[in-house]
Design a protein around this ligand. Structure first.
Ligand code: ADP
Ligand code: MG
Ligand code: MG
Length: 876
């Protein structure tokens, strides 16, 4: 019975049942009832989908108790008890399972409603709803058959709303409905209320395995074994006339978080009308106007519930002839913005603590608040429109296939993937893109759905654009764009804009700033930004980054001035020639470092020496082939010779598996002059700023080391170069040299590695690839989805750190590294650093810092604060 339960029993009673019990304990107006436990549901399935006689016996006893409480008799022609049979799991699955209303009605009991309430319309409306629900949910009759008859009846009687049908119409419908049931099932509609009840309970248990519930569970990762409870509750009637109705309300606004009662109400209707969206509801004010006392009573009850649960409630209620009944309460689902405002407001109101406010935020949910927008004052050249499929703005070079997107992304480019439409095979390219543009498809197309899921901006169905794959071009009537040209897409408005446009970083509400400030009071891990450019460094700092944990330098080789120099270097036949070409890059790179150091004055800036295979800086073979063809046609011998030499070089450098190719420190070892010029540019920039009086803390990190001897060789080269610069500048500066640990061997030999490394940073993205032997793009594009669906892996290890494998390697690395150098600073870079579970683990194993992309810094700060709070709360 409701009075035997409470909110903490939701595992057994389901959330709905437990909260109904809690509301009864709070003496709120709740129709009486009882709940059949989730244990009974599990038994139902174990015993082959039958309700065990012992359980049936208990149900009948509870029913008798309910009769006693209500003074009504189930199935009796005088004052019959009518009930709803409601589903409800311990994790709320809104609308995914079934509920049946008005149960207990039959040809006899309906007569009582007609007499007593002097309201035949209401009686027949309830009965017809019951037959319809019972028929489709319990007897498995196609629900459309009933809907069609209802529509026909409305059409024939010239009315628009269900509520306008009169008693005679409804009586005719009831007869028709019963005929449908006989026709479809071969049996008459069951008249015995006990039979109805047991069948309905079985069907509600059964709805645990209906299709929408199964899909919802898979998406939400809700375990199968939970099962659903079934609540049997006395009916109250919102369809009793103009002083009745049904509503849903939130104690605070679910999208803004404003502290105001917000909701909807329908007069003269039953709950399912509002839940299923059958009729368009009115704002809650209609209740306030038509029944001010009832409204006031509801307002008070809502306030009581919020105070009691310390959280915003989503409440279902019904008014029967001005009397208020509460039928459900649960923590309200809300937007990211509302989550933050509500958490901070409630902490300020003293309803919850600051720690609780921080713990309520899912770091991952902050992403929509972090998107850049196009500067509203900017002068932009719009070249087309499509549908706004996934919000946010992105600027990048256009590429026409997933492979090219990946390639350009790896070398540090921001790319916009342009396709006619995307398919599942394109997923690896989408993951690598800053934005996705398609010329076909709508807002539910593959591109749109996946982009929203990945949180990247997307514009779809830009039909004025044509993709010419052979020429690698994108046309409209007025413009032709080549692969590599820059466009900006605005996924919020659907605009396609030529070139780069000024973007404005997201602005934060006062509450968000407050919350982040609170996070800093709790967290102990330092949060750094992973950036490529001075602009990103400035943004990261604004987001609260305490330094740069990773600055990738590949982008610095990538602009139109520098690329030919890189190509020349690659074609050079001797070390001298190579060095000559490279020297031209020093002043250019120095500019980049000056910008980043300035943006991060007073903080550590960790710069990674070049990492991708050098041939990635050479032109795309397909484009090159086209250029060769053009040079041949034009008869330009010199150009032809140069391009053919390049092509030959590309062929030679071609690698079967670039992930494990000639890259990282392997480049620095075989072409020491590459790392040398980078080191020079870093040291010169640092010393020049020092001369200006700006404090900088540069750190150099060496990628992809596996053996300590690699680290030794690179370190010696770096240190020697630094000394040369210092002697020229007649000044010096401390520059630490660390190892980027992203291969299992480096973890296991960390004790030796740290002999040559001043700090260690684990790169969890690549460490996950090298530990599993998964190439991420192939995995995510091909088999990982299958693995996840079939529970071969519990989580995507690229999103949630694999604690048992990758995590263990990190632990080993930390232990062994600190054995040799107890005070060495150790951190982690990678996507995992803003994911709550992963950060919690990283905190536990004793890291000093985490580094993430600038727009994830706020998430990382929250995750770090949560990890610190959980750590101190943990029983020692
Ligand atoms: P869901 O989980 O899909 O919301 P519910 O069990 O909450 O399903 O019921 C569906 C609708 O029926 C809701 O609007 C609810 O308020 C209403 N309802 C459920 N039980 C009763 C009852 N005993 N009296 C009146 N309305 C009810
Ligand atoms: Mg409900
Ligand atoms: Mg790497």
């Amino acid at each position: 019975m409701f009075n035997e339960g409470n909110a903490s029993m939701n595992g057994l009673l389901g959330r709905k049942g437990a909260n109904l019990a809690e509301m009864v304990n709070l003496k709120l107006p709740v129709p009486q009832g009882f709940t059949i436990t989730t244990n009974a549901c599990r038994r139902f399935y174990e015993e082959g989908k039958i309700i065990h006689p012992a359980i049936e016996q208990e149900i009948l006893e509870a029913l008798a108790a309910l009769e006693h409480l209500t003074g009504k008799r189930f199935g009796h022609r005088e004052n019959p008890l009518l009930v709803s049979v409601r589903s409800g799991s311990s994790i709320s699955m809104p609308g995914m399972m079934d509920t049946i209303l008005n149960l207990g009605l039959n040809d006899e009991t309906v007569a009582f409603l007609v007499q007593n309430e002097a309201n035949a319309r209401f009686a027949y409306d309830s009965y017809r709803r019951f037959i319809q629900m019972f028929g489709s949910i319990v007897l498995d009759v196609d629900g459309n058959l009933f809907e069609e008859e209802l529509e026909r009846m409305k059409l024939n009687s010239g009315v628009e709303l269900d509520s306008e049908l009169n008693a005679n119409h409804l009586l005719t419908l009831i007869t028709t409905y019963k005929e449908i049931i006989v026709r479809e099932t071969g049996e008459p509609f069951p008249q015995n209320p006990h039979t109805q009840l047991m069948m309905a309970i079985g069907a509600v248990f059964g709805s645990w395995y209906n299709q929408r519930a199964m899909i919802y569970r898979r998406i939400q990762k809700i375990p199968e074994h939970l099962g659903t409870a079934v609540t049997v509750q006395e009916m109250v009637f919102g369809n009793l006339g103009s002083t009745s109705g049904t509503g849903i309300a939130f104690t605070r606004h679910p999208s803004t978080g404003n502290n105001e009662l917000f909701g909807e109400f329908i007069l003269n209707a039953q709950g399912e009308d509002i839940v299923a969206g059958i009729r368009t509801p009115h704002p809650l004010s209609i209740l306030k106007e038509s029944m001010p006392d009832t409204f006031e009573q509801f307002r008070k009850a809502a306030h009581t519930l919020e105070q009691h649960y310390h959280d915003v409630q989503d409440i279902e209620f019904t008014v029967e002839d001005t009397r208020l009944y509460l039928l459900q309460t649960r923590a309200a689902k809300r937007t990211a913005a509302a989550t933050i405002k509500i958490a901070v407001d409630m902490a300020n109101e003293g309803l919850i603590t600051r720690e609780q406010a921080i713990m309520r935020i899912d770091p991952a949910s902050l992403m929509p608040l972090m998107q850049y927008k196009i500067d509203p004052h900017a002068d932009v050249h719009v070249i087309g429109y499509g549908m706004n499929a996934s919000s946010g703005a992105a600027t990048g070079i256009i590429v026409f296939d997933a492979e090219e997107a990946e390639r350009q992304h790896r070398t540090g480019h921001s790319v916009i993937l342009v396709r006619q439409e995307t398919t599942p095979e394109d997923i690896h390219g989408m993951v690598a893109s800053a934005g996705v543009l398609t010329t076909r498809g709508g807002v539910t197309s593959h591109a749109a759905v996946v982009a929203r899921d990945l949180g990247i901006p997307s514009v779809v169905g830009c039909e004025s654009f044509k993709v010419n794959l052979a020429e690698r071009q994108l046309h409209t009537d007025s413009i032709v764009l080549q692969e590599g040209d820059v466009v900006t897409i605005c996924g919020s408005t659907g605009r396609i804009i030529h070139g780069e446009v000024p973007l404005v970083p997201p602005t934060f509400t006062e509450e968000f700033c407050t919350l982040l400030a609170w996070a800093n009071e709790y967290k102990t891990l330092a949060v750094y930004g992973s950036v490529n450019t001075p602009q990103e460094a400035r943004f990261a700092r604004k987001m609260g980054a305490e330094g740069v944990g990773l600055c990738r330098t590949e982008l610095m080789f990538m602009d139109p001035v520098r690329l030919p120099i890189v190509a020349r270097m690659m074609l050079a036949h001797s070390k001298r020639e190579r060095r000559k070409a490279l020297h031209k890059l020093i002043p250019l790179q120095k500019q980049d470092f000056l910008g980043i150091f300035r943006a991060m004055a007073g903080c550590e800036v960790t710069i990674r020496l070049i990492d991708p295979p050098l041939h990635e800086f050479l032109p795309n073979p397909a484009t090159l082939a086209l250029e060769i063809e053009r040079a041949r046609v034009a008869g330009d011998e010199d150009l032809l010779e140069e391009k053919e030499a390049l092509q030959k070089r590309i062929d030679i450098l071609h690698e079967l598996n670039p992930s494990f190719g000639h890259r990282g420190c392997r480049i620095g070892i075989t072409y020491p002059e590459v790392y040398e010029i980078q080191t020079r540019a870093i040291a010169e920039a640092a010393l020049e700023l020092k001369a200006e009086g700006i404090t900088v803390y540069p750190r150099i990190i060496v990628p992809l080391v596996s053996h300590s001897r690699e680290m030794k060789v690179v370190r010696e080269n770096v240190v020697e170069t630094l000394e040369q610069v210092f002697s020229v500048y007649l000044d010096r500066i401390d520059i630490l040299v660390g190892a980027f640990v992203e291969l299992p061997r480096a973890c296991i030999t960390a004790d030796k590695m740290v002999e040559y490394a001043d700090f260690l940073t684990f790169g969890t993205n690549d460490l996950t690839q090298s530990t599993y032997g998964f190439s991420r793009d192939d995995a995510e594009g091909r088999y990982l989805a299958y693995y996840l669906d079939n529970n071969i892996l519990p989580e995507n290890p690229f999103s949630v750190l694999d604690v048992d494998g990758v995590g263990e390697l990190i632990k080993i690395g930390i232990e062994r590294g600190r054995k040799t150098k107890p005070d060495i600073k150790i951190g982690v870079c990678g996507e995992h650093t803003s994911e709550k579970q992963s950060v919690r683990f990283l905190q536990e194993i004793g890291l000093d810092f985490i580094s993430c992309l600038p727009h994830r810094v706020p998430s990382a700060r929250i995750a770090a604060a949560q990890a610190a709070i959980l750590k101190t709360r943990k029983p020692k």
